[in-house]
Structures are given as C-alpha cells and as structure tokens.
Design a protein around this ligand. Sequence first.
Ligand code: D5M
Ligand code: FE
Ligand code: ZN
Length: 502
Amino acid sequence: MPLETPARIVQRLTSHGFNAEREAVTLLANAPDPDAAVALAVEAAPPDALVLRAEHVKQALDSSTGRPSISNGDESHANRSKSVDTPPEARGSFTRDSNPEQRSVEITGDITGESTGTGAYEDFVAVFRDRYERLSAKLRGRVNHRPTDALQAMPGGGEAGLVGMVSDVRSTANGHWLIELEDTKGVFPCLVMKDKGIADLVGELLLDEVIAVDGTLSDDGGIIFVDSLHFPDIPRTYKPNTADRHVQACLISDVHVGSDEFMEDAWQRFTGWLHTEEAEHVEYLLIAGDMVEGIGVYPNQDEELSIVDIYDQYRAFSEYLKEVPGDMEIIMIPGNHDAVRLAEPQPAFDEELRDIMSAHDARITGNPSMVSVEGVNVLMYHGVSLDEVIAELPADKASYDEPHKAMYQLLKKRHVAPQYGGHTRLAPEKQDYLVMDEVPDIFHTGHVHKLGWGMYRKVMAVNSGCWQAQTDFQKSVNIDPDSGFAPVVDLDTLGMTVHKFS
Ligand code: D5M
Ligand code: FE
Ligand code: ZN
C-alpha cells in the first residue's frame, strides 16, 4: 500500500475535524474509490465524534453498497455479523491486533499540582538538601565516609572518605585538581593528583552534583588525597524491565509548530506512515517537549514565526496531533518553548492548553516525568541541561553529534540537571524532583535537535531529533539539526529502529 494514500486520507479527515483510528484509515485506503469513501464516512459519522472509528467507516461503506445499515439496535450484534461478512472494500487490508485492554501507562514523579516552592531562599536550601540526602544515600555504602566536621577533627595521615556536593573544581599551579566537596556540615578540599588514573574523571564533574571520594588525609589533616572517586551511577547489574508482548513506542520531541521552519510535509509523511501496516505495533507516541515554537523564547525569534499567537500555535499543533492514529496512546511533557514556567521541574500544560489539545486524548504530564509503559519505565525529560553538559564536558564525553553520551553523564550522576545556573533554571521546591531516584529502562530527551541513541549499562538513552529545519540562529552557530526522524523502540527487547521522513 503506497504511503501517499493513508497520509492523504488522514489529512482529509483532519480537515473535517476528525482524528481517526488506524483501522478506519486502512478501510478507507482500500476502498475502490478512497476519496468517495472518505466523503461517505465523514457524512455518516456521528456529529459529535472526535475520533472516526472503523465501525463508522464500515457502516458508511455498507450503507453505500446496499448492505443492511445499522440502526440503533444491538450494536455488538451488528458488529459481529459485519466482521463475518467482510465488505469487499476491506479485502487486502490488515487487521490490527492492538489490544487497548493490554495497554498500561502509569505516571510517577510528576510535579504538576505538587509545587510548593515560594521562591524563598529557604526553598533553595531545601531543594539542595533533599538532593544531597537522596543522592548521598546511593553512595554511602561505597566509601568509609565521615561528615566534614568529623574529618576536620581527625588527625592527619589516616584513611578518609567523604560524600559531598561538588562546590568547586580548579586546577592547582602544579596541574593537579582541587575539588571542594560540601555536605550538611561544611566544605572539605580533596586533591586529585594529575598522574592518577582517576584524573580523567575530574573532567566529567559538574558543579552541584553529588559524588563520593576515598583516600588519605594529609599529615596536617587539612585535605584528602583522593584514591578513588564514585558517582551514584546505574548499578552494573541493572536488569531492565521489558513488555510482555511485542509492542513499540515512538519517541519524538521538538515539533515546533508555529515556526517558519516547522516541517509540515515530513510530519504528514510520519503520521501517514503511522496508519500503515509497517507501524501496526507502534501503539505509543511519546513527545518530550517543545510542541510549539512559542513566543519570546530567544531574541529575534519573532522574525521566524508563521503563527504569532501562542494559543493559535497550540490550536495548530492540536490539528497536527489529530493526524496521529486515534487508537495510539500519546504521552507528552512540556519543553522550554512551551507555555508553562521555564524553571524545572516544569508542571504539565494547564487546563486552557489541555482544552485546546483535547481532540486526541493525550496524557499530559510534567517535565521530567517517569512513565511506566507496559512495565517499561521511561524517564521523559526535555533536555535543557544537555546544553550545559555539552558545554562543560570534553567533546569525547558529550557533544551535539552524540547527544546520547551527554545523556549517559546524566544517568551516571542520577540527576537530569545537575548544574544549577547557566542554561538550566531550577525552581526552588521542598523536594528535588530532578533526582533520578529509580533507574529508568529508557531515558528519553530532546531539545538539542540531534538524533542519538545508545545503551548505558542496559539503559536505552534516546535523544529524539526534531521536526524543525535549521533556524537562522542554528545556522549562525553551526547546529545542523536532525529533522524528520522517528525513533521506534521495541518495548519487549528495547531494540531500536529509526524511520526517516524528511
Ligand atoms: O533549542 C535547540 C538547540 O539550539 C538547543 O541546543 C539550544 C540551541 N539554541 C537554539 N536557539 C538558541 C539561542 N537563540 N540561543 C542559545 N541557544 C539556542 P530549542 O530551545 O529546542 O529550540
Ligand atoms: Fe526544541
Ligand atoms: Zn528545547
């Protein structure tokens, strides 16, 4: 079946305000005259229906061929008799065995409605204290640690360990590294000699992340000479959860509707493809932020807007969402271009925006959120901190060309946005929602508009590309975006396939 037909049908249905089930589109595509069939189906569909279902299409096609039309009688009976008596129009179509009753989605770690921060100084103290508590708990068993005040009271020369938040990293006159670690009692200096194997790890450090060190106290007791350095990390023995059946999730982000560079054609090829047999196991669509281009996000952004009103941008996005099969589950979080607070964690879209996007019954949650999809834990995070990680770390550890490696660093630090300040705006809350308490099975981010994926200690890290062509700013700084790609993960094996639509 050529891709054009379902794609064209989907667009026509969308223009009539319908989101459609895949089987409905397949039935229409296989009709002898698909255009006439669409017209019939649109006319016959219930006036209040948002989703055009296969049964609507069957009814419309049946009534046009003089088959007994379905009255208000027993609907289940009617459906049964019809499925035995397959209309000739549907021959050659495939049957989807998507089983909505087998689906399961559960959301945890969502800030929406839980935000208590008032922006007061104490809240910043609280959020860092909570970060320290939760990340240090993952490290305490790894070193023979003491709080900084106890270290200060210890005589020199003995073994010493410390779990602390990185408050400073600088090189000494001799080229060694001085790391200051802070705990709830104070700050303590730790020296990593340049000729030690672990010196390479110093390049991976970001301010405000929590690590542990082990070593020897100097003779005067004022400094630790570090022998080993530990990150909270993913346990090497981690075994990921997988789904019990063959089912797939498509992971995308950065749609940027409302931008001159939004790639409508690629998007429509993608949504058309979702209606084909090749995509029959793709039952979930995860969107990791930047649904729309927004307004006033970057300087001079208004020069590249095709839609200038933010609500109109969401209305247009909602229309594009209607092209996604009505029988797919959509889960989405906001990004830095979306109309929610910028500081992370970001709560989900408010009622007004949800209302605008209601045609496809998407699950809408905060940034970040842990989403359990058929037992597979997917950590969705937009990814603003990736800019920071890439800027701070050496190119072999994190770069725009290999965004998944920057994600590995976040997994290692067990925090989605370790360094406070710079690009990443942090909301003061009582709790640090950005700590990765639980190990995800899939880590899904976007934001940098580059496609990259890979396994870090059995965790699948995926940075989806975008649906926006290169902007003037990106041209000026040589960012060459990966636009129009759809990465698809098998939830039963965590295997990856990438489809290109640009
Ligand atoms: O950002 C997409 C990528 O481009 C991300 O890596 C940030 C970078 N970017 C884009 N525009 C700007 C400006 N004006 N200043 C700094 N960095 C920028 P996204 O936010 O998803 O559009
Ligand atoms: Fe983006
Ligand atoms: Zn972004």
